[in-house]
Design a binder for this molecule. Structure first.
Ligand SMILES: [Zn+2]
Length: 429
C-alpha cells in the first residue's frame, strides 16, 4: 500500500571504475603506506582485501588511496547533507588498523567501511565540503606495489555539487543496500502461527554505540537477538524472523518493510544506548514506542542517534518527503497503537522483575524503525554500554538469559491475551 521510499539524493557520479592500466605517474602519491597493515595471507587470496588506506592533500584537492590485495571494480556516488562520497565494492575483507578512518585530511573528514550485504562492501567518506570526484581508477599491482584504488576529489561549490548529484537521480536498485532477505514475503507459507520479527540494531558498516572496551552495539544486539529468537522459537508457537542474523547493514526502511512483508504481529528492535563522556551516567533498560512527539529530551536525543543509521551507511533518506513520514504515522491505526502500548507496558512490568530498568523505563520518540503502521512495534534499549555495570551485564550470559526469558514471558502473555479476546482484551488507549 505504501510505496517503498527509496528515492535518494544520490547519483552514480562516475563510474564503474574502468581499471586504468597505466600508473598515474603525474599524480602525487599521498602519505606513505600504513606500516601497521599486514598483507593478506596467500590462502585468503580469493577474497580481496583492503590492506591500507591513506589520505593526502588539502582543502582544495584531496587524494585517497586504498591498497588492495587484488584488482576490483568499484562504483561511487555522492550524497548531500551531510556531504559524503559512497564507494561500493564487491565483498572485501578490511585489514585496516582499528583507528583507520577516524581522522582524515583535506576534504576527507573521516571514513567508515564495512559489509553492506552478502557480496558487497562499502566505504563512506565524510567530507568537509562539497566535492567533485575528478578521477578514480584502480591500478594494477606493479613494481612490488599492491593494486590500488585511487580517488581524486576537488572542492566545488554547493550548487555545482547538487547539480552533479541531481544529474543522475535514478532509483539505484543496483547500488542500494537492499539487504532484504531472499524470502521477502510471508505468502508462500501455510504456517498460520503469528510472526514475530526481531530486529538487531545496526550492523555491517553501522556499528552503533561503542563501549569503552570498543565492543560495538551491533554485536551485543545481534548476540542477544539470536538468544531471544531461540527462546521464542522453542515454544513452537511463533514464526520468528530476523531482519538480520549476521553482521550486515540493513537500512531502517528495509527493516520496516521486512516486518510488513512478513505480516508481523510483533516487531521488537534491540539496541543498547550510550552516553558520551561528559554527558553524565545513566543505566538500565528502556522500552520505547513510536511517537511524533518525544516524551522527553533524552528520548529525542536517542531517536536522533538511532535514526542516524542510514546516514552512517550512506543511504540518505532525507529525500523521503515529510508528508510520507507523516502519513505513515497517521496511518498507524488506533488498534496498532493500542497493541503496541499494551505490549510495551506488559514488557516493562515483566522486565522490572528480571533486570535493572532505567528510571523512566517506558518512553516514546520518533524512531524510524518503529513506523510500520500495521505492526505493533517496540524498541528495547537493553542498557547503556557506556555504563560499566550495565556493560558487564550485557556481556554476561546469565543476565542475557534472564532478560531474554523475561521478554519471552511478556510475548507469551501478550499473544495469549490477543488470541483469547482479540483487540478488546488488550485494552484501549
Ligand atoms: Zn542502536
Amino acid at each position: 500500500m505504501i510505496a517503498q521510499v527509496t528515492r535518494l539524493v544520490a547519483a552514480c557520479l562516475v563510474l564503474s571504475v574502468a581499471c586504468a592500466s597505466t600508473r598515474a605517474q603525474d599524480a602525487p602519491e599521498a602519505a606513505p603506506a600504513n606500516p601497521a597493515a599486514t598483507p593478506p595471507a596467500a590462502t585468503e587470496a580469493d577474497e580481496p582485501s583492503v590492506i591500507a588506506a591513506r589520505v593526502g592533500g588539502d582543502k582544495s584537492q584531496t587524494r585517497i588511496v586504498f591498497d588492495l590485495s587484488s584488482k576490483i571494480d568499484v562504483r561511487a556516488f555522492a550524497l548531500a547533507d551531510p556531504y559524503r562520497l559512497v564507494i561500493d565494492l564487491p565483498q572485501v575483507r578490511f585489514q585496516l588498523p582499528p583507528q583507520a578512518g577516524d581522522t582524515g585530511k583535506g576534504l576527507v573528514k573521516a571514513f567508515r567501511f564495512g559489509l553492506m550485504k552478502k557480496g558487497g562492501s562499502r566505504i563512506v567518506l565524510d567530507l568537509t565540503a562539497p566535492v567533485r570526484l575528478d578521477k578514480s581508477f584502480v591500478l594494477d599491482p606493479a613494481d612490488g606495489q599492491p593494486a590500488r584504488l585511487v580517488l581524486d576529489l576537488t572542492a566545488i561549490d554547493r550548487p555545482a555539487f547538487l547539480r552533479e548529484v541531481a544529474f543522475d537521480n535514478r532509483p539505484r536498485t543496483d547500488l542500494g543496500p537492499a539487504a532484504k532477505p531472499a524470502n521477502d514475503g510471508a505468502g508462500a507459507t501455510n504456517d498460520s502461527r503469528p510472526v514475530i520479527v526481531l530486529d538487531p540494531g545496526h550492523g555491517g558498516i553501522d556499528e552503533g554505540a561503542h563501549a569503552a572496551t570498543g565492543e560495538a552495539e551491533k554485536n551485543v544486539a545481534l548476540d542477544f537477538a539470536l538468544m531471544l529468537r531461540d527462546k521464542l522459537a522453542q515454544s513452537g508457537k511463533y514464526r520468528v524472523e530476523m531482519t538480520r542474523s549476521d553482521d550486515t547493514f540493513i537500512a531502517l526502511t528495509d527493516r520496516v518493510q521486512f516486518a510488513r512483508a512478513h505480516r508481523a504481529q510483533l516487531f521488537i528492535s534491540l539496541h543498547c544506548d550510550a552516553l558520551a563522556r561528559g554527558e553524565g551516567d545513566a543505566q538500565g533498560a528502556t522500552v520505547y514506542t513510536l511517537s511524533d512527539h518525544a516524551s522527553d529530551a533524552e528520548a529525542a536525543r536517542l531517536a536522533e542517534a538511532e535514526n542516524r543509521a542510514d546516514i552512517i551507511a550512506g543511504v540518505d533518506l532525507s529525500s523521503e518527503p515529510n508528508e510520507i513520514a507523516d502519513i505513515l504515522i497517521d496511518l498507524a491505526q488506533r488498534e496498532t497503537r493500542s497493541f503496541t502500548t499494551h505490549f510495551a507496558r506488559a514488557l516493562v512490568g515483566d522486565l522490572k522483575n528480571a533486570i535493572r530498568l532505567h528510571k523512566q523505563p517506558l518512553r516514546s520518540a520518533g524512531f524510524r524503525v518503529l513506523k510500520a503502521p500495521d505492526v505493533p512495534s517496540v524498541l528495547i534499549e537493553l542498557g547503556f554500554v557506556s555504563n560499566r555495570a550495565d556493560f558487564k551485564e550485557l556481556m554476561s550470559e546469565t543476565w542475557r538469559t534472564r532478560a531474554a526469558d523475561s521478554i519471552t514471558h511478556a510475548v507469551n502473555d501478550y499473544f495469549s491475551r490477543r488470541m483469547a479476546g482479540g483487540a478488546g482484551a488488550v485494552g484501549r488507549e
